[in-house]
Design a protein around this ligand. Structure first.
Ligand SMILES: Cc1cc2nc3c(=O)[nH]c(=O)nc-3n(C[C@H](O)[C@H](O)[C@H](O)COP(=O)(O)OP(=O)(O)OC[C@H]3O[C@@H](n4cnc5c(N)ncnc54)[C@H](O)[C@@H]3O)c2cc1C
Length: 159
């Protein structure tokens, strides 16, 4: 999540918002930027390129430390065994000697009465991928993620 929808994309958007604000107020120090405006599509394309580049540069943190990496969807099938369904549909059963660590992250929850529709009711994942900046928005959930998503959108929308 961090690389795809969380820390990296949100910070990329926030940094551009800071740059926008600086440019917009630079006339105070004698730098006049005429006709400043935001192109959300271009911003998203750049953010996507930045994310892919971060992916490319990132060495897998577990490589070279005697860890086998098996990619796919894992299902705990016994207290000491996981079955992995791989991209090609094949399955592999992994046997643990001690136990299984489940580290599957989290998903945005739907608040009763506010089902996600991909348009007017969205989660944080979609919020950092908007190609149209909403004029007004309500954030449900004022934690770090809600605040940082709102902050990136609010600043992108700065006049
Ligand atoms: C907008 C936003 C901004 C954020 N900004 C920051 C920040 O600035 N700094 C910060 O520290 N944190 C930030 N976070 C939080 C951070 O992204 C998460 O805390 C972190 O990614 C959690 O890591 P994780 O390994 O627990 O889960 P995840 O990163 O979600 O990883 C879990 C992995 O498990 C995989 N998975 C799920 N189910 C299965 C299955 N059955 N089989 C196999 N694999 C499975 C998922 O595909 C995923 O790859 C932000 C999050 C958001 C949404």
């Amino acid at each position: 999540m961090c690389l795809n929808w969380g820390c990296i994309p949100s910070k990329a958007l926030i940094s551009t918002a800071h740059l926008y604000e600086k440019a917009a107020s630079a006339s105070e120090i004698g730098i006049v930027v005429d006709q400043i405006r935001l192109e959300p599509n271009q911003l998203q394309d750049w953010k996507e390129k930045d994310r892919q580049e971060a992916h490319r540069r990132r060495a897998h943190p577990l490589e070279g430390v005697h860890v086998d990496i098996v990619e796919g969807a894992g299902k705990v099938v016994a207290a000491d065994a996981v079955e992995v369904t791989k991209k090609d549909g094949s399955k592999e059963r992994l046997q643990a000697t001690k136990g299984v660590v489940v580290a599957t992250g989290s998903e945005t929850i739907e608040i009763p009465g506010f089902p996600f529709d991909g348009k007017s009711i969205i989660g944080a994942k979609e919020a950092v991928s908007l190609r149209q900046i909403p004029k007004r928005l309500v954030v449900i959930g004022g934690g770090v993620i809600g605040s940082s998503s709102a902050w990136s959108i609010r600043n992108s929308a700065a006049p």
